[in-house]
Ligand binder design. Structure first.
Ligand code: KIV
Ligand code: NA
Length: 270
């Protein structure tokens, strides 16, 4: 079983693998493949809920999908992503929302899109026994603030800020740090400066691990970010299966006797 402590030992010696999942069958396959961490990301907003950003995603949506993922995951660490405004508004509410992910949905940890405003929260949650994965660089919940999904940490000042915040979240007790869409050489320096595992997405080759959004990996989305990579073509698989089903029904080839049942005594009802 993957643990936050095990990940710390793995970092630097063997790459950490992480993928998102939003449902039980996908999580089961990911877990059986031996992926270390399953993130029930708020990327579900774009990936499977039909939204144009992660902002509308609710705590109940993340909770329900985290529960589905947790029910079938035996080995991977399950991390629940805290959606927009489910943390940071009020301390008691933040703790209840994060705690619920462990207590009721079966997660092993939570992830918070991080900044100066999450250092104290990270410490408080950690003290209470709720492991926190921090997240710096591009934080999509700030899309309206940033004005897009561009690369972050591209100036010396911005890069130093990310490095400093990485250190602060490590000190506050975060067990790992996601680095999203930042230059490779910045991610490399953050990784060497802090001792908790860094997990990159669009952050180059030198992080302790990598994470991608499962629908991008599977090729389920029409669009995926430039730093992502399609490792499969599930869109074609679905198109083929759906079309084959439609044709079979329309041509009278499905169902056949094989999928049907005749109860002899019902033959003459009138
Ligand atoms: O929601 C998500 O999928 C994420 C990953 C991209 C790290 O936050
Ligand atoms: Na997220």
């Amino acid at each position: 079983m993957v643990t936050t402590r095990g990940l710390r030992e793995q970092a630097g010696s063997e790459p950490i693998t992480m993928l998102t999942a939003y449902d039980a069958p996908t999580a089961k396959l990911i877990d059986e493949a031996g992926i270390d961490i399953i993130l029930v990301g708020d990327s579900m907003g774009n990936a499977v809920l039909g939204h144009e950003s992660t902002l509308p995603v609710t705590i109940d949506e993340v909770k329900s999908r985290t529960a589905a993922v947790s029910r079938v995951t035996e080995n991977a660490l399950v991390v629940a992503d805290m959606p927009f405004l489910s943390f940071g508004v009020d301390e008691a509410e933040t703790i209840r929302n994060a705690g619920m992910m462990l207590k009721e949905a079966g997660a092993d940890a939570v992830k918070l899109e991080s900044g100066a405003h999450t250092v104290e929260t990270t410490q408080r949650l950690t003290e209470l026994g709720i492991p926190v994965m921090a997240h710096l660089g591009l934080t999509p919940q700030h899309v309206n603030q940033i004005g897009g999904y561009g690369r972050q940490g591209t100036t010396k000042q911005a890069a130093r800020e990310i490095l400093a915040l990485g250190r602060e979240h490590e000190s506050a007790g975060a067990f790992s740090l996601v680095l999203e869409h930042i230059p490779e050489n910045l991610a490399a320096q953050v990784t060497s400066e802090i001792s908790i595992p860094t997990i990159g997405i669009g952050a180059g080759r030198d992080c302790d691990g990598q994470v991608l959004v499962i629908t991008d990996v599977l090729g389920l989305d029409e669009w995926s970010p430039p730093f992502s990579k399609q490792f499969g073509d599930v869109r074609s698989e679905i198109q083929n299966a759906v079309t084959a089903y439609k044709d079979a029904v329309e041509n009278g080839q499905f169902p056949t006797a094989e999928q049907s049942h005749i109860e002899e005594e019902l033959d003459e009802l009138y």
